[in-house]
Design a protein around this ligand. Structure first.
Ligand SMILES: Cc1cc2nc3c(=O)[nH]c(=O)nc-3n(C[C@H](O)[C@H](O)[C@H](O)COP(=O)(O)OP(=O)(O)OC[C@H]3O[C@@H](n4cnc5c(N)ncnc54)[C@H](O)[C@@H]3O)c2cc1C
Length: 498
């Protein structure tokens, strides 16, 4: 989510839970792909000879580090091997090897999949993190490797005076983010990340590398813009239409515990009346009673933002915040602020994204889509009363809402906001956290409806395909049938042809 959750969990007194690391059995990881007794064994030795990067198997010393993803709850996953790919031919070799043996395979870029779908037990992991180059062309387009992480993208683009609307966490992968849509602090002004996509190169189940765009295999290009990571193929590079890096003003307003119904009620009316330049979220920090924070980003100087914040105060009954910060930043520093590494050097901020010091979090999460302002915000707030949770309501509309729902695979175009429920946890507390999360999710269904954001995958989401894809589901199934008829790319919530 477009805010540094760790900072928020700490602010909410939940830091210990957020920081507790450990292993866990996690949700179901069995791939629906059934290997038959007549299927040949996976030719790992042959694959290793074809790769330009290492193929790491469980008997090798680097295996424990190589299998890790962002969420430590998945540290005990046991992939069959991790192929650290360096070029597109490596990815093609992995796909062909898995297809020949009908063996499970999964792409991994940033490793932030909520249920750990990029690190399934028994699968060949196609690790793209070494394919992370970012090249900016003179016309402002940028070609970004499928394994790049957001901090690499923001830093490289800033060097060329450019920016891309994307998410906040520095270590999230551009691949998973874009393929599910990509919501961030610049979405209302510049659209979702997938809205800036001009073309993508994707290795499909037959091992072919295809460069797809609005004019080349447009059905697959359509599906890659919101259809969710892990479906259809493995994207090795993305070409985006970037924007000139704007000057930004960031802000945070904290409100006293007990005032959240008023804050949320005023905020939801405020955000729909704001110009596209203003993006904002309302965080509800569970407690007795819950407290609330409004955070945001304005494209322009503080002098333009201040009257808009005065309007927010008016809409919530002139309630004064207990804390008010407003600060102007260049685009990169604003992204670093939202990434939670303002006080770090560029190297330290980057180091959060990989290696032994990788800043990781054990958590469970789910989401709901808020389609319209709710008439009784107190009903929403009551769901979080007495709970150790943070609920992040991220404003949409603006440029996001001006694209029609059928124009890309991301279906929630008219929605007011996404709502994410996020619980920092540990191995010992995971089952209780997941159960509490499911209760909150199901209570919210009765208030805001059953939609959900595919980038906040929830392995226990009821009616998940409809929740993530709504009216775009049928077309997505047709694309899956066309490009992956044998269901090579599969996982518990994969789009299938039927
Ligand atoms: C701390 C945190 C902050 C976040 N902030 C935001 C945010 O601000 N905005 C937002 O919209 N989302 C946000 N997300 C959600 C994020 O967008 C999704 O979790 C996304 O799927 C992560 O992508 P990844 O490449 O890092 O993860 P991975 O785990 O590598 O991949 C996610 C899925 O995509 C597949 N995949 C990975 N690479 C490829 C590829 N190259 N081609 C095809 N499929 C691939 C994987 O198999 C897996 O199914 C956040 C998540 C976390 C954990």
């Amino acid at each position: 989510m477009p805010i540094n959750r760790r900072a928020f969990l700490h602010a909410a007194g939940l830091g210990a839970a957020a920081a507790t690391l450990g292993g866990c059995s996690g949700p179901q990881t069995t791939s629906p792909l059934q290997r038959g007794t007549s299927d040949p064994p996976v030719d790992f030795a042959g694959l290793a000879r074809k790769l330009s990067g290492p193929l790491i198997t469980p008997d090798q010393p680097g295996y424990h580090l190589a299998r890790r993803s962002f969420n430590p709850l998945f540290d005990n996953r046991t992939p069959a091997a991790i192929a650290q790919c360096r070029r597109i031919e490596d990815v093609q070799a992995c796909v062909s090897t898995a297809a020949a043996a009908r063996a499970p395979i999964a792409a991994r870029s940033g490793g932030h999949s909520y249920p750990g779908y990029s690190t399934p037990d028994g699968a060949l992991i196609v690790d793209l993190s070494a394919m992370s180059s970012v090249e900016v062309n003179a016309n402002g387009t940028a070609v970004i490797g499928g394994g790049a992480r957001l901090i690499d993208v923001y830093t490289s683009l800033a060097g060329a005076g450019r920016c891309l609307p994307a998410g906040s966490c520095p270590s999230v992968g551009i691949a998973g983010l874009t393929l599910g849509g990509g919501i961030g602090v610049l979405s209302r002004k510049y659209g979702l990340t997938c809205d800036r996509l001009l073309s993508a190169t994707v290795v499909t189940a037959d091992g072919t590398a295809r460069t797809v765009s609005a004019s080349a295999q447009p059905d697959l290009f359509w599906a890659l813009r919101g259809g969710g990571g892990g479906n259809f193929g493995i994207v090795t590079s993305f070409t985006f239409d970037t924007v000139p890096a704007p000057q930004l003003t960031v802000f945070q307003l904290d409100f006293p515990a007990g005032s959240v119904p008023d804050v949320l009620g005023g905020w939801q009316q405020w955000i729909i009346n704001m110009p596209d330049e203003l993006w904002s979220k309302c965080n509800i920090i569970g407690g007795s009673p819950p407290s609330g924070t409004v955070i945001g980003c304005y494209v322009g100087p503080a002098t333009g933002l201040n009257p808009l914040l005065a309007d927010l105060t008016f809409r919530i009954g002139n309630l004064q915040p207990t804390l008010r910060t407003v600060a102007e930043h260049d685009c990169l520093n604003a992204m670093r602020y939202f990434a939670g590494c303002s006080d770090k050097s560029t190297t330290e901020c980057h180091d959060q994204a990989s290696g032994p010091q990788w800043n990781r979090e054990a958590f469970v999460a789910t989401s709901r889509i808020v389609t319209e302002p709710v008439t009784d915000p107190g009903q929403i707030v009551s769901v979080f009363d007495g709970r150790r949770v943070i609920a992040m309501v991220d404003g949409l509309r603006g440029a996001v809402g001006r694209v029609r729902s059928a124009d890309t695979a991301f279906p929630h175009r008219g929605a007011l906001a996404t709502m994410q429920i996020y619980l920092g946890t540990s191995l010992a507390e995971r089952a209780a956290a997941a159960s509490s999360m499911a209760q909150m999710r199901d209570q919210l269904t009765g208030i805001v409806g059953g939609g959900a954001y595919v980038n906040y995958l929830d392995a226990g989401m009821p009616n998940w395909a409809q929740a993530y894809y709504a009216d775009n589901l049928t077309r997505l199934r047709q694309v899956a049938q066309r490009y992956d008829p044998d269901r090579l790319f599969t996982f518990p919530q994969a789009i299938t042809s039927g």
